[in-house]
Design a protein around this ligand. Structure first.
Ligand SMILES: Cc1cc2nc3c(=O)[nH]c(=O)nc-3n(C[C@H](O)[C@H](O)[C@H](O)COP(=O)(O)OP(=O)(O)OC[C@H]3O[C@@H](n4cnc5c(N)ncnc54)[C@H](O)[C@@H]3O)c2cc1C
Length: 115
């Protein structure tokens, strides 16, 4: 789960070891987060720091990419459920969905992130 730095590294490390890998991310692109400030400063365009996940793993035939938001994990049945209702079974699950931001006591700033 997650095609950020952690998820991509895990998927690439597992690929080629006879393990089919399914990489699920809510976006169809990997965001190079450390250069976000360059986009904010208009020094780069958003497309410069976002690359399609399928292109990044194109040389890894064992990796299947699914675009979807994971809504729930069922550890008993070993499956994750996406918001569109699809269920994906797993043998081993790597959770690499990143973290949430802290606004240093200014939670009113949080909605500005999605503008
Ligand atoms: C502005 C900024 C600058 C930074 N600069 C640096 C730097 O210079 N050097 C450095 O080492 N680190 C830097 N960092 C920190 C670095 O970006 C993070 O440590 C790193 O991105 C964490 O990787 P991750 O794979 O854990 O999570 P992320 O890279 O955040 O990836 C998480 C992925 O999970 C996906 N996801 C989340 N929820 C779901 C869900 N429910 N279902 C499906 N997919 C989901 C997201 O779409 C995302 O693709 C910076 C961070 C920021 C915000």
């Amino acid at each position: 789960m997650g095609a950020g730095f952690g998820g991509l590294a895990a998927a690439k490390a597992l690929a080629g070891s006879d393990v089919p890998v399914t990489l699920v991310d809510l976006n169809n692109y990997h965001l190079f987060v450390p250069l976000l400030y360059q986009v904010a400063a208009a020094a780069l365009s958003p497309a410069d720091i976002a690359e399609p996940i399928r292109r990044i793993v194109a040389d890894y035939p064992d990796i299947d990419v699914v675009m979807g938001k994971v809504a729930a994990i069922d550890a008993e049945t070993k499956s994750v459920r996406l918001t569109d209702g699809e269920a994906i079974a797993y043998d081993r699950l790597v959770v690499a969905t990143g973290s949430t931001s802290t606004y240093c006591g200014h939670d009113e700033w949080a909605p500005m992130r999605s503008r």
